[in-house]
Design a protein. Structure first.
Length: 79
C-alpha cells in the first residue's frame, strides 16, 4: 500500500468529487488507475506545413519572383 500525504482541503475535495460520482475515494481512485492514460502532448502534424501555420500565409509566386529580381538586380555587375 502506498500512502500519499495531502493537505486536508485537497483530501476533502477529492472525497467530494468521488462522492458526486457515487463512489468511495478508494473506488474512484481504482477506476482512475484502470483508465487508459490520456494522449500526452499535442497531436503531431501530418506535414511540416502545419507547423508553420502560425506565421500566416506563404508569399505568392509573384512576391517571390519580385524579391528575387530585387536581390539579384546588381549581382555580378562589378566584374
Amino acid at each position: 500500500m502506498t500512502m500519499i500525504e495531502l493537505p486536508d482541503e485537497q483530501a476533502a475535495a477529492l472525497n467530494a468529487r468521488a462522492a458526486s460520482m457515487g463512489l468511495s475515494l478508494k473506488g474512484w481512485l481504482e477506476t482512475l488507475a484502470k483508465e487508459a492514460p490520456a494522449a500526452g502532448g499535442a497531436k503531431p502534424f501530418k506535414t511540416g506545413r502545419g507547423s508553420l501555420a502560425r506565421y500566416g500565409p506563404a508569399p505568392s509566386l509573384e512576391d517571390i519572383a519580385e524579391n528575387r529580381r530585387d536581390m539579384f538586380s546588381g549581382f555580378a555587375k562589378d566584374f
